[in-house]
Structures are given as C-alpha cells and as structure tokens.
Design a protein around this ligand. Structure first.
Ligand code: VGL
Ligand code: ZN
Length: 189
C-alpha cells in the first residue's frame, strides 16, 4: 500500500497579501516543498468558491470574499510551482457547500483508493478549518492520517483555535508528526 501527501488550500488568498491571509501561511513553503520530494503521490485541494458563496460577508457569512473560482486569489501559492501535483481537488464549489473538507462532495477518497493509498500525510492551510476537517474526514474514510505540524498554520480567529484543532484531530485518530520525522522515515508520534 502507498502513502500520499495531501496539500490543503495552499493558495494566494490564504497567504501574505491575500483576502484571508493566514498568519505565517507562507512559512509552510519550505516544509511543503521538502515533503513533496518524498512522496510518489500528491493530491492538492483548492478552496474554489462561486462569487456569491454563502460563507462570504457579502452574503451574511463569516469570511471576507476569498478564493473565487478562476481569480488570482484562488491560484496556488507560487511555491506550488515546484510541486508535482497528481490530482487537484476543488471544494466549496456550490453556493451552500461549506467547503472545509477536501472530501466534501469530491472524488478525493476515490482518487486515493484508486492509487492504492492507505496512509495520508496532511499539510497546508488552515489548521483550524480545512486541515482539521480534511484530516478528520480522512480518518472516517479509513485512511491512516498524519498531520505534519510544521507544515500547517492556523487562522486563529479566537486564540487557542489551533491547539483545539490539534486536540480534535488527535481525538478522531489523527497522528501528529514533524516534517523532519516524516522525511527521516520515522513513525509518527
Ligand atoms: C478555509 C476559511 C474559509 C481553509 C477556507 O482553507 O481553511 N478557511 N475557507
Ligand atoms: Zn473558503
């Protein structure tokens, strides 16, 4: 069976200068790049919203307008240019799709199963939203799941959200490891 790297929403709008910039979001570029060379199969999600997505503040939702389909903000971060992505999965496409989990209304589980994947290493943005939801759903789908703690960053709308997200993920059966441990081939802690 095989391992896959799952890169969540590493997009312009979630990094410096973006509409919903995650603090230190750019800093995952190094670990994500190093991890990418270590995996035979890489899937990357994009937050991919219509202009009137229900989560936007213009529609009464909690977030600024972000990751609108086909815009620069929705493009992958420049650091993704060096990453050989095997499958791109877009989520949050429907006006009312929450779009936090890469598995919501997507083929992601099927794509991973079709490629013999049983172990999924998760990195990307943001720890307390899409990474959390995707990692927990990956567990529910029956994958072994390891979140790479130095290759994720949190929005932290409320202080402590990152810590709570890690606790929720652990409780769901997610393991946590550093990129150094993953690259050294050591087991997750
Ligand atoms: C995300 C808030 C809104 C994420 C997406 O990728 O974590 N957060 N849309
Ligand atoms: Zn979104």
């Amino acid at each position: 069976m095989a391992q896959a790297l799952l890169i969540i929403d590493f997009q312009n709008d979630f990094t410096a200068g973006g509409a919903l910039a995650v603090p230190e979001g750019d800093e995952i570029a190094g670990p994500v790049s190093r991890l990418s060379h270590h995996f035979d199969f890489i899937a990357a999600t994009r937050d991919w919203h219509p202009p009137d997505h229900a989560s936007f503040d213009t529609q009464g939702g909690p977030w600024p307008v972000h990751c609108v389909q086909g815009t620069h903000g929705a493009d992958f971060h420049p650091a993704m240019k060096d990453v050989e992505v095997d499958a791109v999965v877009d989520v949050g496409k429907g006006r009312d799709d929450e779009g936090y989990s890469g598995f919501e209304k997507s083929d992601l589980a099927q794509i991973l199963h079709d490629n013999g994947v049983d172990e999924v290493y998760v990195c990307g943005l943001a720890t307390d939203y899409c990474v959390r939801a995707s990692a927990i759903d990956a567990c529910r789908e029956g994958f072994d799941v390891i979140v790479v703690e130095d290759a994720v960053r949190a929005v932290e709308v409320t202080p402590g959200d990152s810590e709570r997200a890690f606790a929720d993920m652990r409780e769901a059966g997610v393991q946590i490891a550093t990129s150094e441990e993953v690259l050294a081939g050591a087991g997750a802690t």
